[in-house]
Design a protein around this ligand. Structure first.
Ligand SMILES: Nc1nc2c(ncn2[C@@H]2O[C@H](COP(=O)(O)OP(=O)(O)OP(=O)(O)O)[C@@H](O)[C@H]2O)c(=O)[nH]1
Ligand SMILES: [Zn+2]
Length: 346
């Protein structure tokens, strides 16, 4: 099942390898929208509405499923998941999108620009198994657009950064390499940085942008659907709602990748548990003194690590609590069963 057209939907060997003889008769479908009681999918035959075989919360935009034309019979393991800690008091990891090739991290050349936030998104991209691409919008409105680009390029030699006016379709066309030939690009970033404007240019759509929506007396102001939209270049675009409550959890590997320079230095500190706060023989502090490492960067690394640990620990704790609660319920149920067993005089 390596049909060229399936490749156009984002299919690859990664999914083909998961097929078993039992799947004969089922066809691959890619989830484009998740609704309360049904899934909208794209297939080789066009769009299809499928009934989920698990709770719809199991599926996210970008997932591949095998379908019998009515149901999503089986969900295939994705190449990676973009996740976050769910907003609210419940501690829960929430999948946001799956099978994303490139995470387009959108920020604008103004007050939205924030190095620490970019680093969080880079960690998120790494943990989600996708390539990070930083898109700096509104350079046309900034006097010093180049300084933003330079700061971004300094983040990591592995990061590609592009500065473009999202309102100019010719400039937006520079994003084509990341969303053609079945490639999936997902956009993340604060509200108002230009994601809808980019989406419209890339897909030929006409979703209302923030500028237009502000004139709208009904006060709609956020993009709520997370849908998979075909791009004009033959790829796919996932536009997630403004992730203002982005909380990192379980992305320790991503943080290590983004701050590999510091983690490598830390290996050569005299003490294995060095906190890099002035201990003797600290290689990290030595690098700061020598001007090889930015002290702010060390602070941001520490903050992200603490955030990730806090959120991930809470997740583990919540799981443990859930298990303990289940045990109590089970014990109570089996006790009451024992009581009701006929002939049991105990
Ligand atoms: N001058 C200029 N304006 C831009 C650029 N990108 C976006 N805008 C404008 O900024 C405003 C916000 O853009 P949107 O595309 O709605 O932002 P968004 O990220 O989709 O916002 P949410 O849907 O709330 O997440 C609109 O008025 C756009 O026309 C740019 O590169 N240059
Ligand atoms: Zn140290």
């Amino acid at each position: 099942m390596t049909d060229e057209t399936l490749t156009g939907l984002g299919w690859s060997d990664h999914f083909a390898r998961q097929l078993t003889p039992e799947d004969t008769g089922l066809t691959p479908a890619r989830i484009a929208e998740v609704h309360r009681d049904r899934l909208r999918a794209v297939t080789l035959a066009g769009q299809a509405d499928l009934l989920p075989s698990e709770s719809t919360g199991t599926y996210v935009v970008g997932d591949w499923v095998l379908s019998d034309a009515t149901h999503a019979v089986r969900r295939l393991t994705p190449t990676g998941d973009i996740t976050r800690r769910a907003a609210g008091r419940d501690v829960r990891i929430q999948r946001i999108a799956a099978n994303v090739d490139t995470l387009g991290i959108v920020t604008s050349c103004n007050a939205d620009f924030n190095v620490a936030r970019l680093e969080r998104y880079l960690a998120l991209a790494h943990s989600g198994g996708c390539l990070p691409l930083i898109v700096l919008t509104k350079p046309d409105m900034a006097e010093d657009a180049d300084t933003y680009l330079r700061q971004t390029q300094r983040l990591s030699p592995l990061v590609t950064a592009i500065s473009l006016n999202a309102r100019d379709p010719e400039e937006v066309a520079r994003l084509t390499p990341w969303c053609k030939n079945g490639q999936t690009l997902a956009l993340v970033g604060s509200s108002g940085v230009g994601k809808t404007t980019l989406r419209n240019a890339l897909t030929g759509g006409d979703a209302a942008t923030r500028g237009i929506r502000e004139d709208d007396a009904r006060g709609r102001h956020t993009t709520t659907n997370r849908s998979l939209a075909p791009t004009l270049a033959g790829g796919w675009l996932i536009d997630t709602p403004g992730m203002r409550e982005l909380q990192l959890a379980d992305v320790g590997d991503g943080i290590s990748a983004v701050f590999d320079d510091i983690e490598e230095l830390a290996l050569t500190c005299r003490f294995r548990n060095c906190a890099h706060e002035g201990e003797p023989g600290c290689a990290v502090q030595a690098a700061i003194t020598a001007g090889d490492l930015d002290a702010d960067r060390l602070t941001r690394w520490g903050k992200l690590l603490r955030e990730d640990r806090h959120n991930s620990e809470s997740v583990a704790e919540a799981r443990a609590r859930g298990k303990a609660f289940n045990r109590v319920v089970k014990e109570a149920v089996s006790k009451s069963k024992r009581k009701r067993t006929p002939g049991d005089t105990a």
